[in-house]
Design a protein around this ligand. Sequence first.
Ligand code: PMP
Length: 429
Amino acid sequence: MTTPAMPVRNVATSGQATGTDGPDLLRRAHRVIPGGVWGHNRYPAAYDPDAYPAFAERGEGARLLGTDGRWYNDFLCGYGAMINGYGRQEIDGPAARRAAGGPTLTTATPASVELAELLVDLVDGADWATWGTSGSDATWTALLLARAHTGRRTVAVVDGAYHGSHSWCGWCNAPHGRHTDDRAAVLTLPWNDIGALDALFAAEGHQLAAVMITPFHHPIPGASELPDPAWLSALRAHCDHWGTLLISDDVRAGFRLDLRGSHTALGFSPDLVCFSKALGNGWPIAAVVGHARLRAAADEMFLAGTFWNSSPAMAAAAANLELLRQEDGVARMREAGEAFGSGLVRLAERHGVPLRISGPAAIPTATVDGDEDHAWMRRFAVHMAAQGTLIHPMHNWFVSTAHDSAVVEETLAHADTAMARTQEEGPAA
Ligand code: PMP
């Protein structure tokens, strides 16, 4: 895929900088942290340090307190991690109690068994669970499991899909440190294209260990696309025929569409499912869950991580999932997302902006027709930040159960002003 050029943030690294507000912190950060801050926030796409908060102190519900002393309605939710909002004592309390007893013990704790039992109970097709501390851990583990089970090496992924930062994933417009050899066993296929799927399996089926897909296609940048049911059933049929495993990378969408897994919401049956992001409501944890027929490979494989014995995130994850179940969190996020998305589209029509919302309501992606270089969305994101709402101009947004109607209405009011200001500066296309 092609990704837009994202120049590294141009922040002076010389001079006295000891302050704690955003721009000063950023200068301090640049002295001692490569890139200053990580990932998306490293790029000035929307993040002019004078216009967008690079650092935050804390969050409460759906709101984030920037080091600039301002509260923001947060529609990024820690890039998906915060599914029940910031500061939920029902989640952070059990985690804190576990942490007080020693965050990482020499052995596993009962929290790991309780969480595995809960995942097996909740997720469709899950007979066992194993761990990680990031989404990249989970997708890598799933790939290794598929190789161990099939004895094959090659994996196919969808063009433009992000499966993590490890070098096999290959999504990056900055290939630094990545070698084409790292991708030697990775093939790509287009989303929703049955002809290309047939051709891939005809040529490679005999050596394909797995096809890894996200439950819906959410490239960055770009509109999200739901799966064509005919493509999904052709994919499952090919996998069954060739003995290839189907992996659902539910790291980004997991638990926002359906507690049984996004595959249930979208109508397919993977052999392995990867979760992270929302699993622990902000506590670092990942899980790979799998079907019983893969159990032997999982039992035999060396799967390990020092922090897999950390129980706070596991206790948080169990409490988080229980809360989502008890409070019907998925339906609430869908309703809030629908109100937000339809409100934005109505505002856009009024302001004459060809804005579209794609993807499931709880993970909306906003794109503007003709805004190929994302200039309109970048300006809009900056105006939204000025109004008091955090969005990203090229990445999908996230809704949490804390995004109630008051937050949605206030954010739509911010969007009204931000759209007017963005339009005053020039048309979308
Ligand atoms: N898979 C998907 C679909 C993701 O969206 C992400 C993170 N954006 C990952 C994997 C990697 O997760 P992490 O950043 O926690 O390693």
